[in-house]
Design a protein around this ligand. Structure first.
Ligand SMILES: Cc1cc2nc3c(=O)[nH]c(=O)nc-3n(C[C@H](O)[C@H](O)[C@H](O)COP(=O)(O)OP(=O)(O)OC[C@H]3O[C@@H](n4cnc5c(N)ncnc54)[C@H](O)[C@@H]3O)c2cc1C
Length: 502
């Protein structure tokens, strides 16, 4: 007879009728409901293997969720019989030999940031949103405010523990390491930007940073002693088309000029929220490493340069903060107005600044009469250490961009779905009109980010270019990802609307 699991150790199963059901059926984006027959919430890797084996034996549709921040309906569609919710698989610890830091996929960015700092005085270039899960973030490459200094999250990956389904439909737990050859090496590589939900269920990532980013015997980069942080508001009332174009154009130009790795300027990272005018303001969030940018001169010069010679001035808030406090100050919240919203997003990598015509398109859409309190284009710093690697070194091919944009809109009322998505499509497709409505790889742009997924890229009404959706996300790396898919998920157990095809 099977011994009953001690209280708190059993795999939790949640089915309709449970008081937790309604909460579980939504992730971050409330546009999509996730309605399987049941959720299973494992706490251990072997429980993932067992639940997956049962699902495969019964030919069930299965998917998994870590932090639930997927922008598209990858987890709920096609309708699943079973969703493994990995929120309880969230330990963060050094490996037994002390050579790597092991992080389980349900750990959130905020949890990992705190643990890395408090336990080891270290940091990884994790994302800006503290509630994003490591499960999806790392598999898609992952970037954040330290990326110009430290590269992508996946650049620090040393091993992936993953439950896979083989040709005979047997579920196996395998560990793929950075130095593995052959198919295991390909499975590892596929997790450096191939995206979640493609090859199996990751039960842990192990990190060990490249030698040139480590110091003092640490496994990962040392966290800075402090951060210079500023959140600066530019009221729309102060802006006209010319000054808008000046500020945005200069933001891009600074990044083109300062895109080299290892420079003091690479310690600066900024996010420019170009909010729709119904939000009343634009917001610049900018930080620099206070151990490098001592006194904050680089940051101050960057900020002053945006408005120099114009009548526009920003309203600043911030200052010098210790590392973890500064990081939390700059992070996107896991509470308040962002909760419960429906949303849609698009993305672009930028090699060079937009043209004057593109900025005019942007200005027109941001100042239209659209109800866009939560509609914006977020332009993020890129380049620096990210661009030290080549396009094929990891599965994330975009290695010579200088900025990355996320086009986003959020709303509460389902009746606004068409209106809000229509605004987003019009702004993005007109902005990229010269290249078929999407940012094809060329002189100015270099495709899209798989972690900001957008099913419109598969739709000829919205992607009128000759570049396919996978050209835009993966470029020449796609065929190698398909080979890994055929080797590691031959039955296509793991699939969604933008998954790697067999
Ligand atoms: C508000 C917000 C802020 C963001 N900020 C950033 C940022 O600063 N930097 C950045 O790089 N990205 C950012 N993102 C994008 C984010 O990286 C992706 O949405 C990522 O996929 C989320 O991971 P998750 O585990 O939270 O998502 P989930 O919704 O749980 O999963 C996303 C996909 O990965 C799959 N998946 C999840 N866990 C696993 C696993 N263990 N094994 C295999 N597949 C798995 C899922 O099945 C799904 O297909 C942001 C997104 C949002 C909504």
């Amino acid at each position: 007879m099977t011994k009953p699991a001690p209280p708190g150790k059993a795999v939790r199963e949640i089915v309709p009728g449970d008081s937790r059901w309604a909460e579980l059926t939504h992730s971050d984006n409330h546009r999509f409901a996730i309605v399987p027959d049941r959720f299973v919430l494992p706490r251990k890797g072997h429980q993932v293997v067992a639940a997956l084996q049962d699902a495969v034996d019964d030919r069930l549709e299965v998917s998994c969720r870590s932090g639930g921040h997927c922008g598209e309906d990858f987890i709920g569609a096609p309708r699943r019989n079973l969703v493994l919710d990995l929120c309880g698989l969230n330990r963060i610890a050094a490996t037994d030999d002390g050579q790597r830091i092991r992080v389980e996929p349900g750990a959130t960015v905020g949890e990992v940031q705190k643990a890395l700092f408090r336990d080891w005085g270290t940091a990884l270039p994790l994302g800006a949103c503290s509630a994003v899960g490591m499960g999806g973030l790392v598999a898609g490459g992952g970037y954040g405010p330290l990326s110009r200094q430290l590269g992508l999250v996946a650049d620090h990956l040393a091993a992936v523990e993953i439950a896979v389904v083989d040709e005979g439909r047997k579920v196996r737990a395998v560990t793929a390491r950075a130095d593995d050859d052959g198919e295991l090496g390909e499975l590892f590589w596929a997790h450096t930007g191939g995206g979640g939900g493609n090859f199996g269920i990751v039960t842990a990532y192990e990190f060990r940073s490249p030698a040139h980013l480590r110091s003092g015997g640490r496994i990962l980069p040392k966290a800075a002693g402090g951060l210079n942080v500023q959140k600066i508001i530019y009221p729309w009332a102060m802006l006209d088309e010319a000054t808008f174009a000046t500020l945005v154009g200069r933001f891009f130009a600074w990044h083109e000029e300062h895109d080299r790795a290892g420079t003091p300027e690479a310690s600066l990272f900024a996010t420019f929220f170009l909010h729709h005018k119904s939000a009343q303001f634009l917001q610049l969030m900018v930080q620099s490493d206070a151990d490098i940018d001592v006194g904050g001169a680089i940051l101050a010069e960057f900020v002053a340069g945006l408005t120099e010679g114009t009548a526009v001035f920003g309203i600043p808030r911030g200052g010098l903060m210790t590392w973890l406090t500064g990081t939390r100050y700059m992070s996107q919240a896991d509470c308040g107005d962002v909760m419960g919203a429906r949303s849609a997003s698009k993305s672009a990598y930028h090699r060079s600044a937009p043209t004057g015509d593109q900025l005019a398109v942007l200005y027109r859409h941001l100042t239209s009469d659209h109800p866009g309190q939560a509609s914006y284009v977020m332009v993020n710093s890129y380049g620096g250490e990210i661009n030290r690697r080549g396009s094929a070194a990891t599965a994330s091919p975009q290695r010579d961009s200088t900025a990355k944009s996320s086009w986003f809109t959020a709303w509460l009322d389902p009746a606004q779905d068409d209106l809000q998505i229509g605004w987003l499509r019009a702004a993005y497709e007109e902005f990229f009109a010269a290249t078929g409505g999407v940012p094809v790889s060329g002189a100015a742009t270099d495709g899209c980010y798989i972690n900001y997924p957008d099913v419109d890229l598969k739709d000829a009404r919205h992607n009128r270019s000759t570049a396919t959706w996978h050209d835009l996300y993966y470029g020449a790396n796609y065929e190698r990802l398909r080979r890994a898919k055929r080797a590691w998920d031959p039955h296509d157990v793991f699939h969604h609307s933008l998954s790697i095809e067999l």
